[in-house]
Structure formats: C-alpha cells, structure tokens
Design a protein around this ligand. Structure first.
Ligand SMILES: [Zn+2]
Length: 294
C-alpha cells in the first residue's frame, strides 16, 4: 500500500453535526447568546454548520459557535477524528493521517487539552489522597511532539525538578468518587500550599510520610492529615494512597504512547488524561457541549 492509498476513514460530516447538536441542544435548539427557543434556521455556513437566527436577541449563531470546533480551518469530521485519536496517537501522526499542517493540528490538540482542564474542575472534600510522581519530560518532548528542528541541548541529570527535566506531578484524588487532578509543579517546596488551594476545608488528606506533606492540616482548606510510611505492611483504614498509585500507572502508560512530551505542555496532556479518567463514559460529549465563551 503506498502512502496515497493509506487513507483514514473519517466519520460522515452530517453524523458529526447531528451528534454535536444533540450534545449541545438536545431536541430543541436554544440561542447560545440569550437561551431563547425562538430560533429559526437560516441556511448553512461554509463549513456546513446549520445557521440560526434568534428572534429574541436578533443575533445569528451556528452549530459551531462557542464550541471547541469554532475558529479552526478543519472540517468537523477531521476535528472529531483528532479528538478521538489524541487519546493514543502523537499529534504528528494525526497530522499525517489527515494530510494537514502539523502546527494547525497541534494548536487544536492544545486547545482541546486546555478545555479539558476547564471542564474538569472540582474541589477536594472529605477523604482525599495526594501523592507525587516524577515524569521524564524535557525540552526533548518538544522535538518529538512539536518537532522543533533545533538540536538537543546538553542532557542534564534528572534531579526531580522542572529545570532538570523531571517535573514532579502531584496527584490528587477525591476518594468519594475517585476523581483525579494532576498538578505539574516546578518543585515540591510549596506542595502543601498547592494542594490546600483545592480543598474546601473538610479535607482529610492521606499521603505518604514524605516531609513535604508535614503539617498540611494547618493549611486552610485541609482539616486533617493521615500519613503512611511505605514500610507499613498493612493499609490501615483510610490511611493509604492506593487510588493515586492506580492513577499513576495510567499516567505512565499513557505518556509512554507519546514518546516524550514537552514539560511545557505536560499539564495540558494531563488535563486531558484526567478528563478521560474522570468521565470514561461521556468525556467526548462533555467536550462537545462545552461552551468556550465561558
Ligand atoms: Zn438569542
């Protein structure tokens, strides 16, 4: 099979629009500006999106207005394909599949990743876990993922910080529903403050015995602290970080697929991973109906 014939199968454009409309509007289209249902169809856009006229606020909008798919040069089916594939394929591969400009695809991927973080915000409450993991992610990832042509700099020994290309990631889990948030840090000096910021005041935090978590219960946002040492043979009641360790294994497996992610984009990648882990059934629908205008 030569390269020309190695074409990918894209979903039909009409099916994509139907799915987008259903996720956004349900059965009745309402105005994205004022919420009125006094809406009439008024032709289509150059991208085949249905256009609407709102009689109440006298404004036009279309299927793509205020979605993650607005303001991109791609067809909707190409963007659906990208969002599905970015779960496991490097951006360069997706760009090749679509025969599209790499930078443009990368911009879209980054926007989806950033939006994932906005969709998935939640507070820590009651019993939660925190644990740290070091991820190898340097400038090098840029060369693979952003394909910068410049030469790789002197390789530094990983010292477990952002500068040393081993950024620490704090993994926070709310035990009641297993939701996870990943925080990429410059270092772990202020880990207690970084964590406490997300607490609602009721948090009982389970961590390992690492000194960065010491006295975290004195921070606003956190109510109590259970520290376990790794030498403990048994998990005592709530005092464990097993859920974090489970999420870490997903994180490692997932990042391995990308053959190196730039540390400058690591947070965005992990936002997307968190959305998938937190909403395994409906992460795609959540992206479809998210209003990017805020
Ligand atoms: Zn309106």
């Amino acid at each position: 099979m030569d390269e020309k014939s190695a074409q990918v199968f894209l979903p039909s454009r009409e099916r994509c629009f139907e799915r987008l409309r259903l996720a956004r509007f349900g059965e009745t289209v309402t105005c994205v500006h004022c919420g009125s249902n006094e809406v009439v169809k008024r032709g289509t856009t150059g991208k085949d999106a249905q256009q609407y006229w709102c009689k109440a606020c006298e404004t036009y909008f279309n299927d793509l207005t205020d979605t993650i798919f607005g303001h991109h040069r791609f067809e909707l089916e190409e963007m659906f394909y990208t969002v599905k594939e970015m779960r496991s394929e490097p951006t360069a591969q997706i760009a090749r599949d679509l025969d599209r400009d790499y930078e443009a695809v990368l911009n879209f991927v980054h926007q989806v990743q950033e939006t994932s973080g906005d969709i998935d915000e939640f507070e820590l409450s009651e019993v939660c876990e925190a644990d740290e993991i070091y991820v190898t992610a340097g400038e090098k990832g840029r060369e693979n993922e952003d394909e910068s042509p410049r030469e790789r700099g002197l390789k530094k020994k990983g010292r477990g910080d952002f500068e040393g290309d081993k950024p620490p990631v704090l993994t926070l889990v709310r035990r009641s529903d297993g939701r996870v948030r990943f925080l990429v840090c410059k270092d772990l000096e202020d880990a207690d403050e970084d964590i406490a910021e997300y607490g609602d005041g009721s948090v009982i935090l389970c961590t390992d015995g690492y000194s960065i978590y010491e006295d975290i219960e004195e921070k606003e946002g956190v109510d109590g602290h259970l520290a376990v040492t790794h030498s403990d043979t048994y998990v005592i009641g709530d005092a464990h970080t097993n859920t974090c360790e489970n999420r870490h294994s997903f994180l490692r497996q997932w990042l391995a697929k990308f053959r190196g992610v730039s540390k400058h984009h690591l947070q965005k990648y992990l936002n997307f991973l968190a959305l998938k882990l937190n909403s395994p059934e409906n992460w795609f629908e959540k992206l479809l109906c998210y209003n990017v205008s805020g």
